[in-house]
Design a protein. Sequence first.
Length: 369
Amino acid sequence: MRSAARLGAVLVVMGCAGTAGAAETPLTAEAINQAQFAAGPAEGAAEPGQSASDKAEAGHEAAKETGREKAAAEKRPDPLTIRTQVLLDRAGFSPGAIDGREGDNLRGALAGFAKAKGQAFSGRLDAAVWQALAGTSTDPAVQRYTLTEEDAAGPYAKAIPPKMEEQADLKALSYTSPAEMLAERFHMSRGLLEALNPDAVLTKAGTVITVAAVPPMETGRIPGKELPEAPKVKRIEVDKQALQVRAYGEDGALIHLYPASIGSEEKPAPSGTLTVEGVAFDPTYTYNPKYEFKGVEAKRKFTIKPGPNNPVGLVWIDLSGNDGYGIHGTPEPEKVGKTESHGCIRLTNWDARDLAKHVERGAKVDFGK
């Protein structure tokens, strides 16, 4: 219901229809960096001299072949989709976790980008949108990265227990592996990191891997006196239907767009206008029994230590009111925009940090219907 409402019947066709034979394109750095959009023939168009029956038969066969190609493409990342996601990320229109696959987050980012550029969006990647997007950056979409001693050493947690009460016993909610850390640092899904580096030993310093060429996510706290960074965010719009958070500057211009998980039927997000009260990096998380989260049996408050796998991730942006609402990160970035939240607004850790660095205290947060 929600994903249908967020963008109507929007469809993006890139790997399967935008580039002939994309399903067979090797998943290499060269293929990704050189990927280009190429519009195919109009759907249903007949070849010269083709009869109506021949056209129908050809259309039936083409539909079956497209279905087979789509199923094959869904099994592995597509080079053009990866490049498109990286370009959107760098342009400030986050597609969420870069995974090389189509989805609602990618569709939303493309629609937002087209609107910001004053272009009509047909519901699929076209030559005009691709030209504008490709024109935002000529840098490679993926690059090489060499693991450091710190990357290999961690520290890493052996495992993160699923129950919050058990998480409260941990000294830190750290990453569980270099793969998890590296994927998040470069805004990627674990699946894409592994697909690009199938034989890489990620526990060894000196290993060279291929990663998305995006600004690496930083960690650690930022002194309040250094915030907010320019461009400053004066207003935030939370779109419950599109499952997006949009950040606007002093002049009213859109600065960034992020996919988001926004409340649930059990714990809906608020309505109206709130304000930003403050920002906390590497926050602890305190559970209050009045929240009555499903699966949490504790009758007393308890606190979970900081870390990327903390329930609110690496950032908490506190909102006004006494109901405990905030905009925050998440330990599961690949689920952002695809699952519900406990009433708050959940972003990927890298998007939450980006917003937290730029938002002003007192900024208005408008919740749509």
